[in-house]
Design a protein around this ligand. Structure first.
Ligand code: ADP
Ligand code: MG
Length: 208
């Protein structure tokens, strides 16, 4: 969460610029506010210590829901809430990463009702979930393989986000632009790729 907060801070202006072109220009600022709040709550000594992945994700979910606003707050909040329910462990192996990403995707689809190809964050999460399943099926199943599964998710999310550029949006604020939404990467798909890449960096550990 701390790496993700730092990376969202670095990408804030880029995300805001994407959302300025196809939305209302608040995505970078909103997600930055939310991730800074998540990091601050994790560091707050007056709050109970989060021991499991699920507990951290639950805190992140409720914090993002109450601080991000717009479409992305409830979408990311629901994603992480669902993910928190399948990650009640201190260490996630490959199958735990698959469960996390699949649950997040299910939460986003349950909340936003978007299908792949509608130029939303689903276009990053859907290929990410498929990539984790493939990566987990080929690995040996040890906890170390979890980083490879996470990396597969991040790479698929990034490719999925880039593939939203030519798409015409049919969900969310960008859909108001109709054909004019084509030519810009979806901001939520880009932020998804940033968050998953941050997870890879954190999972590898310092110096790796
Ligand atoms: P808002 O559009 O309310 O200003 P944000 O700017 O925070 O919200 O987030 C916009 C992003 O939310 C979009 O780029 C898209 O990825 C995502 N989004 C919007 N609507 C949906 C939906 N129905 N399903 C999935 N993702 C969506
Ligand atoms: Mg917006």
């Amino acid at each position: 969460m701390h790496v993700a907060a730092a990376d969202v801070r670095s990408a804030r202006d880029e995300l805001t610029e994407l959302d300025r072109r196809v939305g209302d220009g608040d995505h970078g600022v909103n997600l930055d506010r939310g991730m800074q709040a998540v990091a601050a709550r994790l560091d707050d000594p007056s709050l109970p210590r989060r021991e499991t992945v699920g507990q951290v994700l639950h805190l992140a979910a409720t914090t993002l829901m109450s601080t991000v606003g717009g479409a992305a707050g409830p979408l990311y909040g629901t994603a992480l809430l669902r993910a928190s329910k399948v990650t009640d462990r201190t260490v996630l192996g490959p199958s735990g990463v698959v469960a996390l990403v699949e649950a997040a995707l299910e939460g986003i689809v349950a909340r936003g009702k978007a299908s792949p190809g509608e130029k939303t964050m689903v276009d990053a999460w859907q290929p990410a979930a498929e990539a984790t399943e493939r990566a987990a099926a080929t690995g040996s199943g040890t906890d170390e393989d979890a980083v490879d599964v996470l990396r597969a998710a991040a790479e698929a999310a990034s490719a999925g986000a880039e593939a939203t550029v030519p798409l015409v949006a049919s969900k969310g604020r960008a859909s108001y632009l109709g054909e004019r939404s084509a030519g810009t990467e979806d901001p939520g798909a880009r932020s998804t790729a940033i968050l998953l890449a941050a997870a890879v960096g954190a999972a590898k550990g310092p110096g790796a």
